[in-house]
Design a protein around this ligand. Structure first.
Ligand SMILES: CC(C)(COP(=O)(O)OP(=O)(O)OC[C@H]1O[C@@H](n2cnc3c(N)ncnc32)[C@H](O)[C@@H]1OP(=O)(O)O)[C@@H](O)C(=O)NCCC(=O)NCCS
Length: 283
């Protein structure tokens, strides 16, 4: 197992991953960010080089100090076969199972491997099975207009508290810090009303995945999130990033908004697996 640090090798890795889309999307997006300034300090780990069977992306070691912070400890994985996936996940130099983390991937087999390891190690597991949506690009050039008196803006970290309140998975200090970092480091867009109050927003994450689409209830059904999806798609596409996201199957408004913007649903499941150490097994 080795951490790729050479810019040349990381460029080569990006090219190999590009030929393995869509399955490699979360890892590809992370490696793209690493190769474009690495704003949030991520690293890519391969099982061997130059031929590799599994690649894992994760924050650099010193970045996430809080062992319970799965928000910030974001891992993604791509592999050629499930044995390679298993070997990577069982390698103590690749994954620290005594710290909370989340693992993203778009390949079958990964969830079962994580589940079995988690069971054997008595750690807690919470999986989410999203539908994968992608846009072939480029996004439509004519601006999608929301039905109301709104204008576009960009979020700044002081908005994170509002987003944190609205987020179903948020509402705590770790989620607040995570949202601040997304806003600070990665492309986002928002709509505001005529008084400058937030109406709707779309963010992207260290995996270059579009995420955190939200519209306050009183403004829903007016095309707001569609306008922010289109706006952030344009930003990501202009920098060469793939356009993709995961949506819960039952989230019809979100899927409808994305489909209106040219996204289509892939058969692949977007797995997000949250692993937390067992509270009963304190070190
Ligand atoms: C999902 C969400 C962001 C949509 O925001 P919005 O600004 O209301 O979305 P838009 O108006 O741009 O588009 C939604 C579309 O879905 C349609 N829609 C609404 N409810 C629907 C339903 N139950 N079934 C199918 N379509 C539905 C709307 O009519 C609209 O389509 P239209 O333009 O053809 O009328 C908003 O409901 C929200 O914030 N939900 C909570 C957070 C969330 O789920 N975020 C997404 C995470 S992936």
């Amino acid at each position: 197992m080795l951490i790729l640090t050479s810019p040349l090798k990381l460029q080569l890795l990006e090219g190999v991953l590009r030929r393995s889309l869509p399955q490699a999307l979360p890892v590809y997006g992370t490696v793209m960010h690493i190769n474009r300034g690495n704003p949030a300090q991520y690293e890519a780990v391969v099982d061997s080089w130059p031929e590799f069977k599994a690649v894992l992306t994760r924050p650099c070691k010193e970045v996430v100090k809080d062992k319970w912070d799965f928000y910030a400890n974001l891992h993604a994985m791509f592999y050629r076969d499930v044995d390679a996936c298993q070997a990577m996940l069982e390698n103590a130099d690749a994954i620290n199972w005594s710290k909370a983390f989340q693992l993203h991937g778009i390949q079958d087999g990964m969830y079962e491997v994580v589940r079995d390891i988690a069971e054997a190690r008595h750690v807690h597991l919470k999986p989410y099975f999203y539908q994968t949506l992608v846009h072939p690009g480029p996004p439509a050039s004519c601006q999608s207009r929301p039905r109301g008196d709104f204008h576009f803006g960009i979020l700044n970290p002081s908005h994170a508290a509002i987003l944190n309140e609205a987020w179903d998975f948020g509402g705590n200090n770790r989620s607040l810090r995570y949202l601040e970092s997304l806003i600070y480091y990665f492309p986002n867009t928002c709509l505001m009303n005529k008084d400058g109050q937030l109406v709707s927003w779309s963010l992207s994450d260290p995996l270059a995945c579009m995420t955190h689409g939200y519209t306050f209830p009183q403004y829903r059904g007016q095309g707001c999130v569609q306008a922010t999806i289109q706006s952030i798609s344009k930003k990501l596409y202009a920098s060469g990033f793939p356009l993709y996201c995961g949506v819960l199957p039952e989230n019809q408004p979100s899927k409808q908004a994305l489909k209106h913007q040219g996204f289509h649903i892939l058969p692949e499941i977007y797995y997000t697996i949250i692993v937390t150490p067992n509270l009963d097994l304190k070190e």
